[in-house]
Design a protein around this ligand. Structure first.
Ligand SMILES: CCCCCCCCCC/C=C\CCCCCCC/C=C/C(=O)SCCNC(=O)CCNC(=O)[C@H](O)C(C)(C)COP(=O)(O)OP(=O)(O)OC[C@H]1O[C@@H](n2cnc3c(N)ncnc32)[C@H](O)[C@@H]1OP(=O)(O)O
Ligand SMILES: Cc1cc2nc3c(=O)[nH]c(=O)nc-3n(C[C@H](O)[C@H](O)[C@H](O)COP(=O)(O)OP(=O)(O)OC[C@H]3O[C@@H](n4cnc5c(N)ncnc54)[C@H](O)[C@@H]3O)c2cc1C
Length: 662
């Protein structure tokens, strides 16, 4: 029997309506047919491992059990990765199968995501040769320990100290205050035995700024903290329950000189400090991860959209017309308004990620040739896109959850957990406002350069164009809308700059003027991000190799994104572009037309994300649409349903009722 015949009939009908080839979309989204095959093949291999299946839903486990189960599965998953690599002589293809296995966040996330990349990016060839083979083969397990109780955003303010002792050629690590304790690093709680510690370097009483050091913190055999190390777990959070975030403090803990990662700056045996070409290269891992987070946002938006769109196709409630049967809730335009933007945004973030990945790779290549010219643009762009995409993705996931009504509130929908994980990215790897202000610094510099008629980097060159060109009449085309967002960014950058100047003319120094203008500066960065997202995604769609049928739908999605944000930010466009009220009315109508046009393809579009049921892990979103059956099946797994009468009845309820009779 085919999967289709077992499916909910609404979903079968939806799939029959689709006007494009879903497999073509899948291959386009993931790069190629070969990439799809390899990814699916790897996912199959993981899912074939029986031990990776959970007996009961994670939510019924205690905090400790959940962590232990997470570690158990992470180690099995690690074996599957290793075997794949041994068999195919290459890493497994990019995939999201960890989501199907760990459900929440792997206790090895920081090992793979930041510990290994920091050794690779910040270590000398000798250090890489020493640590990478051990780390990559999991002989050692590590994390990235930067944030402290007292400081996360302002990393120059970190208080962990590494004092060089030339007599023994060692660094002495100390956490002199409570606020200097490391706080947050994933896996630190009970999993890792090593970490990259970011600490203030002192030589002969002189501070030389923050640098990364490798410290072994637990014994490799007993796993006990080494003498001089105080380490533990920070407790339950809004999400990330299995990430095993921890705290760490050192008391005169010695590590050899070679444990400072010295690709950028060095400490020689005699204590001579050799400065790197650019001290900000020490922040390199964060830049890489910020790029990766834009890709993660695409995944989370796709996951939530898949669940909510499929559920909305299956769910019937009320009537659009009294004479007709109860409508699929997906037929309500308000529901389409809530959901289709999540589908469209996933594509936008995916294209933005691919664009950023190229920029990142180019800059890394240039840095290897000692060329740093494009590093500021990379940093500024990664900061604002990470900030805007993570916040938007969080809101989209929450909107999808709300769009599922009461059932969206069930843990078994997987939408609450997905929200907790998605929204964390607004804070980690650089808090949103703080990162937007970093981009604003870059925009102010670019603006000053534009005023002087200098050539600007590609991502901000529109500032110069907008300055040179007089504003042209608004055009209600995608290209016209992209230009409109560039005008908004231009206007906001200019206004923020002029506000700073105004305060300075009033006698304020630059820093105070900056702070007083900072709400505008943040908004300028947001507008700059939106202009990039619109331009990059529209260009990607126009240059795609998709067939005419698919291309039409992808263009509709991209136009939906542009139109949605035009209507959402119409005040800004009225202020800074030549858009008129009449243009906005036309766009409002166009937006509604787009929702109606996308509607028949809604299920096909989410099928095109190719997220299998095990990854969705949702009663509401599975491919076959057996929503009500799954809700009941999951509810029956509750431990409270494993007994007819719970002991609390005899202990509390009955005595209460009996007392009440007296
Ligand atoms: C082959 C292609 C591969 C593409 C990549 C894809 C790979 C994907 C893999 C990863 C994906 C997912 C992995 C998941 C892992 C997830 C981990 C989740 C767990 C979370 C971990 C963490 O949170 S770790 C801790 C993160 N912490 C932060 O982010 C702290 C934020 N704060 C800062 O970064 C800095 O303090 C701040 C930048 C805000 C300020 O620094 P400061 O030194 O004070 O600098 P300023 O004085 O403000 O500025 C001075 C000038 O320096 C410039 N600058 C600052 N930072 C950088 C930088 N990183 N690079 C370059 N330049 C920088 C700044 O712009 C100033 O310049 P100016 O010219 O003077 O204006
Ligand atoms: C789930 C999760 C996982 C994490 N994992 C790790 C990890 O593995 N390793 C690690 O080292 N860290 C980790 N972190 C820590 C994370 O990187 C920091 O929490 C993050 O960088 C924000 O710093 P903060 O907590 O100091 O926020 P704060 O800077 O204290 O932010 C609080 C408020 O102050 C505002 N603010 C701060 N500075 C400024 C400013 N200059 N201008 C304007 N407003 C400002 C912010 O906008 C925000 O509204 C993790 C955090 C989370 C939530």
């Amino acid at each position: 029997m085919s999967t289709e015949t077992k499916c909910n009939p609404d979903l079968v009908r939806e799939r029959a309506k689709c006007t494009f080839d879903v497999n073509e979309l899948i291959n386009l989204f993931y790069g190629s047919e070969k990439a799809t095959k390899e990814r699916r093949h790897f996912e199959d291999a993981v899912l074939a491992v029986k031990e990776l299946k959970d007996a009961i839903p994670e939510e019924y486990l205690s905090h400790k059990e959940r962590y232990e189960n997470g570690v158990r599965k992470a180690t099995i998953l690690r074996d599957v990765y290793r075997d794949y690599k041994a068999k195919h002589n290459r890493d497994p293809p990019p995939n999201q199968i960890t989501k199907a296995v760990i459900k929440d966040i792997s206790p090895f996330l920081l090992h793979n995501g930041m510990f290994v990349p920091t050794i690779a990016g910040q270590g000398t060839p000798e250090q890489q040769a020493e640590w990478l083979p051990k780390a990559e083969s999991m002989q050692i397990i590590g994390t990235y320990a930067q944030t402290e109780l007292g400081h996360g955003s302002f990393i120059r303010g970190l208080e962990t100290i590494a004092t060089y002792d030339p007599k023994t050629e060692e660094f002495v690590l100390n956490n002199p205050t409570l606020t200097s304790f490391k706080w947050w690093p994933g896996g630190l709680g009970s999993t890792v035995n090593h970490c990259v510690v970011v600490a203030q370097l002192y030589i002969n009483g002189k501070s030389h700024g923050i640098h990364p050091f490798i410290a072994q913190i637990r014994d490799l055999d007993t796993h006990k903290p080494l003498p001089g190390v105080k380490v533990g777990e920070i407790g339950p959070k809004m999400g990330f329950q299995t990430a095993n975030n921890g705290f760490l403090g050192f008391d005169n803990f010695r590590i050899p000189r070679k444990n400072m990662l010295m690709k950028n700056a060095q400490v020689l045996k005699d204590g001579t400090f050799v400065k790197g070409i650019n001290e900000k290269l020490t922040y390199g891992t964060m830049v890489m991860v910020r790029v990766g987070i834009v890709g993660d946002c695409s995944f989370y938006a796709a996951l939530a959209a898949t669940i909510a769109v499929r559920y909305s196709a299956v769910r019937h409630q009320s009537h659009i017309k009294a004479s007709e049967p109860e409508a699929q809730i997906l037929d309500y335009l308000t529901q389409q308004h809530k959901l289709f933007i999540a589908v469209a945004s996933s594509h936008v973030y995916r294209n933005a990620y691919l664009w950023m990945e190229k920029m990142y790779t180019n800059v890394m290549k240039e840095l290897s040739q000692d060329k740093q010219d494009n590093l500021p643009e990379l940093h500024a762009t990664a900061c604002c896109l990470k900030a805007v995409c993570s916040r938007d993705a969080g809101s989209l996931v929450e909107e999808c959850r709300l769009a599922c009504g009461g059932h969206g509130y069930m843990a078994s929908s997987n939408l609450p957990l997905t929200y907790g994980v998605t929204i964390a990215a607004v804070t980690y790897e650089g808090e949103r406002t703080v990162l937007l202000l970093q981009t604003a610094r870059y925009l102010m510099k670019a603006w000053m350069a534009a005023l002087k008629g200098k050539v600007l980097s590609p991502s901000v060159s529109y500032l110069l164009n907008s300055l040179k060109e007089s504003k042209k009449p608004w055009q209600n085309t995608p290209e016209g809308i992209v230009k409109g967002f560039q005008h908004v960014s231009f206007g906001k950058v200019k206004a923020a700059y002029e506000t700073i100047q105004k305060y300075m003319k009033q006698g304020k120094d630059y820093e105070d003027a900056w702070n007083l203008a900072s709400v505008q500066l943040v908004k300028a960065s947001e507008a700059h991000s939106r202009a990039i997202l619109c331009e990059v995604s529209w260009e990607a769609v126009c240059s795609s190799s998709a067939s005419p049928n698919l291309s039409r739908v992808l263009q509709q999605l991209a136009q939906l994104y542009l139109t949605y944000w035009t209507l959402e930010t119409s005040g800004d466009l009225l202020l800074y572009s030549n858009i008129t009220k009449d243009d906005l009315i036309i766009l409002r109508d166009k937006y509604e037309e787009l929702l109606v046009a996308i509607r028949p393809n809604a299920v096909g579009l989410v099928d095109g994300f190719d997220l299998r049921d095990e990854i969705l892990n949702s009663t509401l979103g599975s491919y076959d649409g057996r929503v009500y059956e799954r809700l009941m099946e999951e509810a029956l797994k509750s431990p409270l349903n494993q007994e007819t009468v719970n002991s609390s009845f005899h202990k509390y309820l009955k005595p209460m009722m009996e007392k009440a009779k007296l």
